[in-house]
Design a protein around this ligand. Structure first.
Ligand SMILES: [Ca+2]
Ligand SMILES: [Ca+2]
Length: 139
């Protein structure tokens, strides 16, 4: 199974994340690493920073694992799942579904993904943006 691991870090100790790392995994083996200097990953990194799920210093305990599922195996992705991890534990999750397989995401399941204390439309927009930006990578 393939997934993308996204890690944000507050390396300068200013109380907000300043660094985003990306690790592409296949069957739990690291295939490729990248940063948000990679043009393809810049907007995904920006959206992820808005979720305020980051580590102090160079920690990696908090991270996002994002992957797609295609139950009908027709070559297009029907579901994108987002697991916000605290170590091996999933702290919270979100998902985006393309029900009619037209490339648009009709159903967004989301809690307070950006950790501002409210679960609202902004959270669903962030999940939709992360899902779309992830699908563009074709991973
Ligand atoms: Ca659709
Ligand atoms: Ca929120």
């Amino acid at each position: 199974m393939r997934y993308l691991k996204v890690i944000a870090q507050d390396r300068s100790g200013k109380g907000s994340a300043d660094t985003v790392h990306f690790q592409f995994y296949e069957d739990d083996r690291l295939q490729r690493e990248a940063t948000d200097a990679d043009r393809q990953l810049r907007s995904l990194g920006k959206t992820y920073l808005k979720c305020v799920w980051f580590n102090e210093g160079e920690g990696e305990v908090r991270h996002l694992r994002i992957f797609s599922q295609n139950p009908s195996a027709d070559g297009t992705s029907e579901t994108v799942r987002l697991h916000f991890h605290e170590g091996q534990k999933i702290a919270y999750k979100a998902a985006a579904h393309d029900l009619d397989n037209d490339g648009g995401l009709e159903v967004i399941l989301s809690s307070d993904v950006d950790n501002d204390g409210r679960a609202d439309r902004t959270d669903r927009n962030r999940v939709a943006a992360l899902a779309k930006q992830f699908l563009k990578l074709g991973w």
